[in-house]
Design a protein around this ligand. Sequence first.
Ligand SMILES: Cc1cc2nc3c(=O)[nH]c(=O)nc-3n(C[C@H](O)[C@H](O)[C@H](O)COP(=O)(O)OP(=O)(O)OC[C@H]3O[C@@H](n4cnc5c(N)ncnc54)[C@H](O)[C@@H]3O)c2cc1C
Length: 494
Amino acid sequence: MKKVIIIGAGIAGLSAASYALQSGFDVTVYESHRIPGGASTSWRRKGYLFEGGMHWLTGSSPKTVLHKLWREIGALNDSVPIYYRDPFLTLEFKGQTVCLYRDLDRLHKHLLTLAPEDRKEISRLCKDIRNFTKLSMPLTELKGVKAKHKASKSFGSAFAMLPLIPRLAFYGKLSAREYSERFQNPLLRLLVQNITSPDYSALAAIFTMATLTSGDGGYPEGGSLAMADRVAKNVQARGGKILYGTPVEQVLVKDGIAQGVMVRGEFIPSDAVIVTQDTLVAIDTLFDPPIREAWAEKMRKETIPILNTFISVGVEADLSALPETLAFVPEEPLMCGGTSHTLIGINNYAAYPGYAPEGCTALTCILGGDSYDYWKTSKENGSYEAEKQKLAEAFLKILAKKYPQTEGKIAVWDVATPLTYERYLGSYKGSWMTLMKKGVPNKSYPTIPESIKNVYFAGHRISPPGGLPIAAETGRSAVQYLCRDTGEVFQGKE
Ligand SMILES: Cc1cc2nc3c(=O)[nH]c(=O)nc-3n(C[C@H](O)[C@H](O)[C@H](O)COP(=O)(O)OP(=O)(O)OC[C@H]3O[C@@H](n4cnc5c(N)ncnc54)[C@H](O)[C@@H]3O)c2cc1C
């Protein structure tokens, strides 16, 4: 049996492990952290569970092609309830409230009521969202691979795609901020900008809305860590080994062929290595000399990482009457990492059983933006802990002003900075996705390097913008390359 080593037990690594085992390989996964999941994680503090990763999962709907993958790797099964929060987002601005409903007809009517002056633009947007729901992420079969169970190939039927091409081009060349300027109503502008983020391509916002309104993009019960645990158990049940707390130091290459890996100074031989640590870091740190192929240089030059600072709070109050995801403009902006945040988003887990002690609520807040250097400097000059405290206090003040019932009721708070993510993930600046900018065609990086045999790359960085579906799909795809190269039959089955 051919031996495969997989570096990383994030979703990409676990997906690769699952498919490699099903395809008859002997699999060992090396993971630096003590738990599976990588960026798909949650943590407990004083009885509160803070969801640190997944907020919605593309492919949660059985109607999607991707759903098959989630079931094949054990991420989803019939006994895992999926929550579809509705409205997906509630945004308040200057005394008005807009809700991002999942029912497109309801959303259309709601937007028209709020902003009749934008009738034409709203109708165009809703029409496009409806058309875009016909597209869903494909599962493809690599040319030349023998596959036991064929997956669907199409990104949407060619017929469905055709009328969308001009609209794909239209949204693709605008940022969400630029697109929002087509709306006169300030509330709608703010909504359109913040479905994803103002600097992302408008295409990302439209795809997100299409996913949500098509009945997809749910939240599996238990969230990120529970899902990662299911996939890890599935790997172990299929006979795979996962070695936690065991970082790989190097992929050993001789005469252009990977021989295995170095772990704590010891050489572990294997027939193939699948690397799922952030590729942008791995090409420099896991290979000696670093990989300098054209695609790797492009990745070094062009990657704009998505990273964040994450605040989580346990409140001794039942906040189930408040929206599940609320964005609002605070009286004073929140300063984080040298950036002023004028819109604050809060995720409220009051409705989710087990996320807080009885009568209490777990809240989280994601502050996007590249604050890496700020936190790094504060670590170096010794002010890191004080900066975290300052941020938490400023956030709690805003929270108390917005929701007076939280004042004096904070049982616990926690701040994760990009340095926290970097420490746990070994990723570039602690990032976990890649920014999809306007006008940049979405192009994936190669799975196999030209200069080294028996090495396969998978993970979010390989196919921007990344995210859980990409992580899982690239893990699956790496095993298809492996099967093609070794003549094995690729197998994926529930
Ligand atoms: C706050 C937040 C919200 C998010 N929301 C969503 C969402 O709603 N929907 C969505 O689809 N995605 C979301 N994502 C993104 C998604 O979680 C990531 O893109 C995805 O989990 C990446 O998976 P991966 O396996 O490619 O990489 P990672 O999760 O980074 O996994 C890599 C693994 O490799 C391990 N590792 C690294 N180096 C080594 C080494 N040398 N040796 C051994 N092990 C190593 C790391 O410890 C890690 O476990 C979110 C992420 C965050 C942080």
